[in-house]
Design a protein around this ligand. Structure first.
Ligand SMILES: Cc1cc2nc3c(=O)[nH]c(=O)nc-3n(C[C@H](O)[C@H](O)[C@H](O)COP(=O)(O)OP(=O)(O)OC[C@H]3O[C@@H](n4cnc5c(N)ncnc54)[C@H](O)[C@@H]3O)c2cc1C
Length: 389
């Protein structure tokens, strides 16, 4: 079928390839040198934020009409993947900027988009996404945070848990119950809460297994008054907006997983060619060659699924929900396997902090948990499958 233009759909464009080269160079130069230190000290990777903002790569998805680059879903994935290859914590800067602002893009009015997206595009403000609560994780619809209307304002009370980049972000898209009788069927509404709003505060930093450079905190709302102009979408549309957001952004977690796994595979392969036992490089042993081959095969399958899902996100295809869940689930399971195998390839040296693969293994774990655990992704995928027959 030579000459069939449809075959072009199966490879990224030249622009995407150039973007990858640029992000890879920036990550090698400005992000990778701090990755171990950021993990060790559990500190926010300010160097990465500065470098990403300077290169306009911190929120590439923001449409041009709001001052952004208008990068497509694949471009966002490439940025996140290449940053994650060097430092998973840093990749949560572009990933969560997209996650936090996606509800505005999916369901927000022109006014709310014009109010918040330009500052994000300029790199003056980061965005976070606040759905989960202490008692409402997989069952996000069981949330207890409330928003009660008072004239032209809303009054928020409650708490959110596990909020990525909390305390660093300036803007927070918060889902709250506005009609307890309806809940997920029209009783939840989304709002933007700003850092510094009266009655809005943060909990202590969580002490985590991985992505230690990405701050995770609780959010507290104590009679936080916000104007109705900060509502994202219609009253009661918040849960649908939150779920539609995840259809798009789970793909970026897939991209993060692919990046982490690629970093581990690159390191393990180079190491295997250097390390000598029994008088030869360990890469010459077929036992290790097969392991490296399996890692590469699974990783490439994950990457292709993520990219196809990104194309579906861009086009808004009807099967996006399935592909978003599938890409996130498959790529994160692969990342966990590949990073664990990378530790194995290095033997005892893989188990210590002198080499980066133990960090990558710890970082990979979260991709199986957030934006819905992989059990939840399988529930989503099964629902889509069963609905077809
Ligand atoms: C570091 C980190 C960052 C995060 N960032 C954010 C963020 O920025 N914004 C945000 O809103 N949330 C965030 N989260 C929350 C995350 O999405 C939740 O932790 C996740 O959805 C799981 O909820 P849970 O922790 O309450 O686990 P639970 O829901 O209590 O689940 C516990 C276990 O039960 C399983 N389970 C639950 N229900 C079912 C079922 N029906 N069938 C089969 N198995 C089931 C789960 O898969 C899991 O294995 C973050 C979490 C972490 C740890």
């Amino acid at each position: 079928m030579a000459g069939n233009p449809d075959f072009d759909l199966f490879r990224p464009s030249e622009e995407h390839d150039m973007l990858r080269e640029a992000v890879r160079a920036l990550a090698a130069d400005k992000i990778a040198p701090f990755a171990a230190e950021v993990d060790d000290e559990s500190r926010f990777p300010q160097e990465s934020l500065d470098a990403l903002v300077a290169a306009d790569l911190h929120a590439i998805h923001v449409p041009e009409e709001y001052g952004g680059q208008g990068g497509d879903a694949l471009a966002a994935c490439i940025v996140i993947e290449e940053v994650a290859r060097a430092c998973a914590s840093s990749s949560l800067i572009p990933a969560v900027n997209k996650l936090g602002s996606m509800p505005l893009l999916v369901g927000g009015s022109d006014e709310v988009k014009a109010a918040y997206l330009p500052a994000l595009a300029r790199g003056e403000a980061m965005f976070s996404y606040a759905l989960s609560e202490p008692e409402a994780g997989s069952d996000a619809g069981g949330m207890r945070t409330t928003a009660v209307r008072d004239g032209d304002e809303w009054v928020l009370n409650g708490a959110k848990r596990w909020i990525t980049n909390a305390g660093v972000s300036k803007f927070y898209t918060v889902m709250a119950v506005t009609d307890p009788d309806k809940r997920t069927r029209g009783g939840i509404t989304a709002f933007v809460v700003e850092d510094g709003d009266e009655g809005f505060s943060y909990g202590a930093l969580e002490k985590k297994l991985g992505i230690k450079g990405s701050p995770t905190r609780e959010l507290y709302f104590d009679d936080v008054r916000i104007p109705d102009s900060r509502r994202v979408g219609d009253v009661g549309a918040g849960f649908a907006v939150a779920m539609a957001t995840l259809d798009h952004t789970r793909i970026t977690i897939g991209a993060q997983a692919v990046g982490i796994a690629q970093g581990a595979l690159d390191f393990a392969t180079a190491y295997a060619k250097e390390r000598k036992q029994f008088g030869k490089a360990i890469a010459e042993f077929q036992g290790l060659q097969f392991m490296l081959a399996d890692m590469a095969i699974k990783l490439e399958a994950a990457r292709q699924l993520v990219y196809v899902a990104a194309a579906k996100s861009e086009r808004g295809d009807a099967d996006l929900t399935f592909f978003g869940a599938a890409a996130k689930c498959f790529a994160s399971d692969v990342a966990m396997e590949v990073t664990t195998d990378a530790v194995q390839v290095l033997g005892g040296y893989g188990y210590v902090k002198d080499y980066p693969v133990e960090r990558m293994m710890r970082d990979a774990k979260i991709t199986q948990i957030y934006e819905g655990t992989n059990q939840v992704q399988r529930i989503v995928a099964a629902r889509q499958l069963l609905a077809k027959y």
